[in-house]
Write a protein that binds this ligand. Structure first.
Ligand code: ADE
Length: 270
């Protein structure tokens, strides 16, 4: 057991076919209850139940030493707001690392600080993180985090976009969700992360389900044809078209064949 861990979803790491162990994520937060709903539903819950991932939520306040559990203080130099103290964050990370080392022989654990100043999260970053066996996420709060956490503790800083949230918790949920659905076996056998928007640098093609005609809007006929090769071709074209219409800047880096690139240049219709 990791000392003073308030919310712990513990599971024995199994042997997975595509990974050696289940992924272990440790999240440090001042508001552990925020994670209860999102991690108790849908794909993340199924991944936890299927032992693909273990998620441990640690309360930063448990690593404070005064009777009020003070985790923040006013900024040196003055100014509004409170700053998350370095001490409790360092102690929490050190306790987790020590346990991982002693019980699992794990010497290196990436420590990611969620902050609007970090590198911008993307499907590529999700893929990169999903390959890890262990990961520590620190959720900042209040006006900021003591700079020494950034400088001497975090190995990476991630932002989920150019806007400011009240804290890193929602950002951590976004990162965990995007990562966990990429773990082998996290999606049902019929689902595939490979078709997702952004997985190949393109937006996903349009999807339809029953009924065939809804309020006189019919499903494109090709999808009813049963011709899988044609359906695949149509979907690929739609994916490229949609990306060109909505996010043209993605096309530079997208995974396109030389023929697809040539067609894009010659065909300028909307
Ligand atoms: N904390 C506050 N805003 C954030 C953002 N945009 N990304 C990550 N963490 C944050």
């Amino acid at each position: 057991m990791i000392a003073k861990c308030s919310y712990l979803f513990t599971f024995t790491p199994p042997l997975l076919s595509a990974r050696m162990t289940s992924m272990q994520i440790h999240i440090l937060s001042l508001f552990p209850p925020m994670f209860e709903g999102p991690f108790d539903n849908s794909i993340i819950k199924r991944a936890i139940d299927n032992k693909l991932v273990t998620i441990h939520i640690h309360n930063i306040r448990d690593y404070t030493h005064d009777k009020h559990g003070t985790a923040d203080d006013s900024p040196y130099g003055g100014g509004a707001g409170m700053v998350l103290k370095a001490g409790p964050v360092f102690e929490a990370v050190e306790a987790i690392k020590l346990e991982l080392l002693e019980k699992g022989g794990v010497a290196e654990v990436p420590v990611v600080l969620l902050t609007p100043q970090g590198r911008v999260f993307s499907q590529q970053v999700a893929l990169e993180l999903a390959k890890l066996n262990h990961l520590i996420l620190i959720c900042g709060h209040y006006e900021g985090v003591d700079e020494r956490v950034r400088e001497y503790l975090a190995t990476d800083e991630i932002s989920i976009g150019d806007f400011v949230l009240s804290g890193g918790e929602l950002a951590a949920m976004v990162v965990v969700d995007a990562m966990v659905r990429l773990l082998p076996g996290a999606l049902g056998s019929e689902d595939s992360a490979a078709d997702d928007s952004h997985s190949n640098g393109l937006l996903e093609y349009p999807q339809y389900t029953r009924p065939e005609v809804f309020r006189e809007w019919a499903v494109p006929e090709i999808l009813l044809s049963g011709n899988h090769a044609q359906v695949d071709r149509w979907r690929r074209e739609q994916s490229i078209l949609r990306t060109r219409q909505r996010r043209p800047e993605l096309l530079d880096k997208a995974d396109l064949t030389p023929e697809e690139r040539a067609k894009l240049t010659s065909d300028q219709s909307p």
